[in-house]
Design a protein around this ligand. Structure first.
Ligand code: HPA
Ligand code: ZN
Length: 326
């Protein structure tokens, strides 16, 4: 509809994007070929057919398998650059992107290979596309806290080029409090803190992310709406929620985009933002998430302007830079 050009023209930031989740099937075959990695699929169609998920874990199993084709620095650089090209076309000006180092170090890829590749993609994107970005290192919550602590240690030489840490992977059974020590260590290093909470997990996990981890943002946060006191707290603090509409649909967090809580969040005074999460797996990049949720929820132009503004005020950009984007 005519909303598409309006949305494309709005300066936007993306605050919830897993770079490993931007690996398109075509690219998976390309990396597999050049790295001589065997794939359990023969065609792009077969890969896409496997992307029918009924929950978060279904997706994670195939997402970790896909990441196995990423071996050398150039793979990480090329992956990041392909993503930046796509979102630049959507009118995205700034990205705070997640990466999962343990997915790679656990298969013998050095942390430095991942970091150098992504940093090369980041500087090239800034130079050639004018899209700025920063890195958020995510700990895999299905692994233990000692592994997260070892990862923070491996990241040490790069911490001046890493904006913050996050927490992702299988949520239920792995509450934020499991990572209290490593988040405290990260906070003492001056890193920003975020955590996935309330995607599949209960409101208690959102409380823990706030009170135990002291996060600066909540990733997803959908289930916070089940707890009125929590909603009040999030609104009072101006806490940003990085909401991911097409992800929520594909992972069955919502049954229908028309039932998505984004509009309710805005009406409750929550600082919600629109993001793509894992665009290659969930059926759309940033712009597509905006368009589909705007149509499903009949968002007004005022809502969309608010959401675009939230994406910058919720970012970790310095206030003076945020003001330039508004
Ligand atoms: N949730 C948890 N872990 C993830 C996600 C998500 O949506 N995407 C990639 N890792
Ligand atoms: Zn996510």
């Amino acid at each position: 509809t005519d909303l598409a050009p309006f949305i494309r023209g709005l300066p936007k930031a993306e605050l919830h994007l897993h770079i490993e989740g931007s690996l398109e099937p075509e690219q998976m075959f390309e990396f597999a070929r050049r790295n001589r990695v065997a794939l359990p699929f023969n065609t792009v169609e077969e890969v896409r057919a496997a992307y029918a998920f009924s929950n978060l874990q279904d997706f994670l199993d195939i997402y970790y398998q896909g990441a196995g084709v990423l071996l050398v620095e150039d793979d990480f650089r090329d992956l990041a650059l392909a993503y930046f090209r796509r979102v630049a076309a959507d009118g995205c000006r700034h990205v705070e992107l997640f990466f999962d180092p343990q997915t790679h170090t656990d298969r013998g890829i050095p942390f430095s290979v991942v970091a150098e590749g992504l940093l090369a993609g980041i500087s090239e994107a800034e130079r050639t596309l004018g899209v700025t970005s920063s890195l958020i290192l995510c700990f895999l919550r299905h692994l233990d806290e000692d592994a997260a602590i070892a990862t923070l240690k491996a990241a040490e030489p790069y911490l001046d080029r890493i904006q913050g840490v996050g927490l992702d992977s299988s949520e239920v059974g792995h509450p934020p409090s499991k990572f209290a020590r490593v988040f405290k260590a990260a906070r003492e290093r001056g890193l920003k803190l975020v955590a996935h909470a309330g995607e599949e997990g209960p409101p208690e996990y959102v409380w823990e992310a706030l009170d135990v981890l002291h996060v600066d943002r909540i990733d997803h946060g959908n289930r916070a709406l089940e707890d009125a006191a929590l909603v009040k707290r999030l609104a009072a603090e101006g806490m940003t929620l990085t909401v991911c509409p097409l992800s929520n649909l594909k992972l069955c967090v919502v049954d229908d985009l028309k039932a998505h809580p984004l509009k309710r969040m805005l009406d409750l005074g929550l600082r919600a933002t629109i993001n793509s999460d894992d665009p290659a797996y969930f059926g759309g990049y940033l712009g597509q998430n905006w368009i589909e949720v705007a149509e499903a929820l009949s968002l007004t132009r005022a809502d969309l302007v608010m959401l675009a503004k939230n994406s910058f005020t919720g970012s970790f950009l310095p206030p003076a830079v945020v003001r330039r984007h508004l």
